[in-house]
Every structure is written in C-alpha cells, then in structure tokens.
Design a protein around this ligand. Structure first.
Ligand code: HAM
Length: 442
C-alpha cells in the first residue's frame, strides 16, 4: 500500500470546507485593505533562499528540498546541438519554496510591480520544509501571507505601515472567531544596530561557546544572532545570559519601535514586547512579531512576520524597497478553528431518486434545473433500489429526497420526502426550487 509521504497529508472533507471558509474570509479582509493576490512558482532557484532567507538559517542549512535540475543533460543529438557550455548554463539548483517572501520580492523586482502600483500583495499556498513532523508541523504546509513593499517615497518604511499590518491581523483573527491569541513584538534594529549587536554577541559567546552544540559553535562565527534558533536544552541557560538587542538599538530604530507601539495602542491592538524575539530568518530589520495561540500545544506560533528593509536590494533591486509582511500557518489556523468543520461544510439540499424505466433522463433534466436555481443536488440512478438511494441520500447529507417516477412525470409534480421527519408531499415542478429553499431556511 502506498501512503502519503511522511510530513504530508491529505486534506479531506469536511475539513476542506473549513479551509475554504478560512480562505474566503481572509480574501475579504485583504480586499478591505486593498491587497491584491500574487501566485509565485512552487520552486525557485536555490540561491533566492540562500541569499534571501540567509545561508546560516535552519531553513537553508537543514530544511530545504533542493535538487539539481539537469534535464537538459541528455545524450545524443540534443546535447551536441546545444553544446556542453549551454548545457551547464541551463542546469540549475532548484528548491521547493520553504517560504514565500523571497519569491514575492523577486517577482516585485522582476516585473517592476512598483511602476504598476502593485505593492500590497497577498498569497495562499503550500510551502515545504524538511522539519521533524509533529502536531502542527508538517513538511508540506500552507501559508497565508501578505507583503507591503517599497518604495520609500510611498512611506513603506514608516511605522504606520507596521501598525496597519498588525491591526489587519488582529481584525482578521477576530473575524474568524479567534480571540485567544497573544501578539508579541520586538525590534531587531537596522543593519548598523545589528552589526554592533552581532559584535557584542560574538564577545559574549567567545568564552562559553565551546560548551554549546556544534551548530552554535558554527553560528557564533558566521552569524551569532542565529544562536537564538538553538533548540538544544543544555544550551538554553547560556542563551538566557546573552545580551539583548534592545540595548543596541540606535536612536532611529528606537523611535520607529516606539511609534509602532503608540499607533497600536491608538488602534486598540493588544501586544506584549518580547525582547528575546528575533525570528528565524535573516532578512528581518526593526519590527519583528509573532502571534501565538494557546490551544495549539508546542507549535503555538500561528503566524510570524516583520519588516525587511534591505531584502529587495539584496535580491538585486537598484532602488531601495523597504517592506513588511507576515505569513499565517494555515494548518495551525484551521487547527484553532477545529470543531467548526461540519458547520462550514455545505451538504446536498436534495437527492433525486429516479424510479422506473426511462426515468434517469427525466431525473437528469430535473437535477440540472434545480442546480441552475442554485440548489445542491445529488443524483441517484434507477438501477439502484429505492432503499439504497435513501441510504445514499442520508450519507450525502441531503434533507429531502425527490422521487422521479412515471406518475410524477405525467403529473409534472414530484413526491418530496423529508428525510428527518418522514413526511411526504407532492410539489408541482415549478414550485420545487422555491419550496426546497423555503424549507431549507425554515
Ligand atoms: P515563518 O515564521 O518561518 O515566517 O513562518 C510563518 C508561519 O508559518 C509560522 O508562524 C507557522 O504558523 C507556519 N509554519 C512554519 N513552518 C511550518 C511547518 N513546518 N508546519 C506548519 N506550519 C508552519 C515566514 O515564513 C516568513 N516568510 C513570514 C514573513 C512574511 N515575514 C515577512 N513577510
């Protein structure tokens, strides 16, 4: 028996109805803030992530699905036609996207989206990370994210954008009926502040790093901030003693952070400052944030994000294009809404049961007409016994069964049975859609 690959899963009804409910609510909220949808490829050149997300991050060093795309390296006439040098150039290292921010910023630069005024973009789609699977953590998971990108002249680096994005998230979660969440924010400074902070971290790590895990020993040299990503229990007491970024923020970063907080208070968005929040991706500057949800267990980060003011330049933009965004873990968001699946799944309104020779044709036409009236119809088959069709109707969640037999067709009125009460009435064809709708509501 072939099963789904470890860390991946099938999303089945009725849960898929909940996913659709979430996605449609989210699209409505994004619309109100004038975000437009973008869909970037599932795979990108590996260097997009090593440069964008950062070569020392856990994502890039341990979790990416990367392969060498050498389909062009074929034998025979094609190879001799294109020549070995062309072959080399056409071959590439490819990675299944572990996140979508780098791809969105790439697309923003590649299509000069700024010139078209497209600088508020959202996406919904699968991401891939080779993490250890557990509840709320998968190797194929889904993110709902949004990005507000440059140019600086549009105010994209101003604290108002940070506050607007956070207020949107607060609104979105509440709209979905989630209120049991905490928003943690921090400022991780600009590149100048980070240089000073990295230096301080290096100094603090020097005397203790030999007692830490090998990953931390590497991080201490290449990118000390990444020491905070360490999950090894024995290293945690050392990490607790390291200096905090808040003591290394320059005047501009401090002012930015204070302004964001003041705006959030005005907009009545509750938050807590967490000076240890640094996020696991390298592109962040200044505001970084995470929302956690109590009911999720160990993987309690329902979403994360922050500002990434140098990322566009890092990915080849000639103009600075400061940005801020977030990604919600859709799997976790849906988990937080569990129990509402059956409520959001629409079942069949009626089941049409053809009974007798030639009745399939009449039933097909009746089903078509009722569906065109907006009703959800399940269609039986005259080869099935009536008892079987009653069972199938119940399974499909239908409230009514409509019998299509010779007498009904002649009278142009159909026997409709309420599956819950067993009551049966005859309804003229013209009144059928209206009646079913009326009963459905009543
Ligand atoms: P991230 O914190 O790596 O940020 O991921 C965001 C969210 O995706 C997490 O808070 C979590 O809910 C979900 N997530 C991550 N990994 C998994 C997994 N293995 N299984 C299930 N859910 C997962 C980013 O990806 C950034 N691109 C966010 C961002 C957008 N920053 C700025 N713009």
């Amino acid at each position: 028996m072939i099963k789904a690959v470890r860390g991946t899963r099938d999303l089945l009804p009725p849960e898929t109805a909940l996913w659709n409910f979430v996605e449609s609510a989210v699209r409505d909220v994004f619309r109100a803030y004038n975000f437009q949808e973008i869909r970037t490829p599932i795979f990108e050149e590996t260097q997009l992530f090593s440069r964008g997300v950062g070569a020392d991050t856990d994502i890039v060093t341990k979790e990416m699905y990367t392969f060498y795309d050498d389909r062009v390296a074929v034998d025979g006439p094609l190879l001799s036609a294109i020549g070995p040098s062309r072959e080399l150039r056409a071959s590439k290292w490819i990675t299944l996207r572990p996140e979508n921010t780098a791809g969105v910023v790439r697309a923003y630069i590649e299509h000069n989206l700024e010139s078209r005024g497209l600088n508020k973009l959202y996406y919904i789609g699968p991401q891939f990370r080779r993490e250890r699977p557990q509840k709320g953590r998968y190797r194929q998971f889904y993110q709902i994210g949004a990005e507000v990108i440059g140019p600086a002249s549009a105010g994209s680096e101003r604290p108002l954008r940070d506050a607007e994005v956070l207020e949107m998230l607060d609104t979105l979660l509440r709209r979905l009926g989630i209120s049991d969440f905490i928003l943690y924010i921090n400022s991780i400074g600009d590149s100048k502040d980070r240089a000073a902070y990295n230096e301080a971290l290096r100094r603090a790590l020097e005397p203790v790093v030999e007692n830490m895990c090998t990953d931390c020993q590497r991080r201490a040299v290449t990118n000390p901030l990444r020491v905070f990503d360490c999950k090894v229990p024995q290293d945690q007491p050392i990490i607790q003693t390291l200096p905090l970024i808040s003591d290394y923020l320059g005047a501009e970063s401090k002012e930015h952070f204070e302004n964001v907080q003041a705006l959030l208070k005005k907009a009545e968005v509750s938050f807590e400052v967490n000076p240890r929040l640094v996020r696991g991706l390298d592109y962040y500057t200044r505001t970084a944030f995470e929302f956690t949800h109590g009911a999720l267990g160990a993987q309690n980060a329902i979403l994360g994000g922050g500002r990434y003011d140098g990322l566009a330049e890092l990915l080849g933009s000639r103009e600075p294009a400061p940005g801020i965004g977030f990604a919600i873990g859709e799997d976790r968001l849906v988990m937080a809404l569990e129990g509402r699946a059956s409520e959001t799944m629409q079942r069949a309104d009626a089941y049409i049961a053809p009974v007798g020779e030639g009745m399939n044709r009449n039933a097909l036409v009746l089903a078509r007409d009722l569906r065109r009236e907006g009703l959800v119809i399940e269609l039986g088959d005259r080869s099935l016994r009536l008892k079987k069709m009653f069972e199938a109707a119940t399974k499909a969640g239908a409230k009514y069964i409509v019998i299509v037999g010779e007498n009904e067709v002649k009278a142009d009125a159909f026997a409709v049975k309420d599956l819950a009460t067993g009551e049966q009435v005859s309804v003229p064809r013209a009144e059928l859609p209206g009646k079913i709708r009326e009963w459905k509501i009543g």
